[in-house]
Unconditional design. Structure first.
Length: 149
């Protein structure tokens, strides 16, 4: 009887340790992604209102970027399961990743600009009829690129 209790405790703590290692790995991967692709704190993108002198603007133009992400089979099955139970975090991580990539691509497209104002990101999910076929996440980032004299 004691061996059974010790075995169950050993399995429980082993599972708990593996779960915490997996969570640390996910957090480390997100830190590396954010370090490679910085978005916050860059002076190029702004979502806040600006008072800009019209005489100082050389030219302004709209800038857009779109990204479509596929999912792997594990994520597809996991999202189908969460959708079945009406989970609130349905596709949350994938939408954030697609939004970040769209903003990075928009910054790359407007590399000559000093400032990007009125930045918006819209996301959508393209569902497939087949259960095992991955859904696609689409993100579109757009704004106005301004270049000064």
């Amino acid at each position: 009887m004691d061996f059974l209790i010790l075995g169950v405790l050993f399995l429980f703590f082993s599972f708990l340790g593996l779960y915490s290692l997996k969570q640390n790995e996910i957090k480390e991967r997100e830190k590396r992604f954010n370090a490679i692709n910085p978005i916050i704190g860059q002076p190029v993108i702004s979502t806040e209102p600006h008072v800009i002198n019209k005489n100082a603007i050389k030219y302004s133009e709209p800038v857009t970027a779109s990204v479509i992400l596929n999912q792997d089979l594990k994520t597809v099955l996991q999202n189908r399961w969460m959708h079945f139970f009406k989970s609130k975090k349905y596709y949350e991580k994938e939408i954030k990743k697609a939004s970040k990539l769209a903003v990075i691509k928009m910054k790359y497209n407007a590399n000559h600009a000093h400032l990007i104002v009125n930045t918006r990101v819209q996301t959508s999910i393209i569902h497939s009829n087949n259960i095992l076929e991955p859904d696609k996440i689409c993100a579109v980032a757009y704004g106005t690129a301004i270049t000064y004299y």
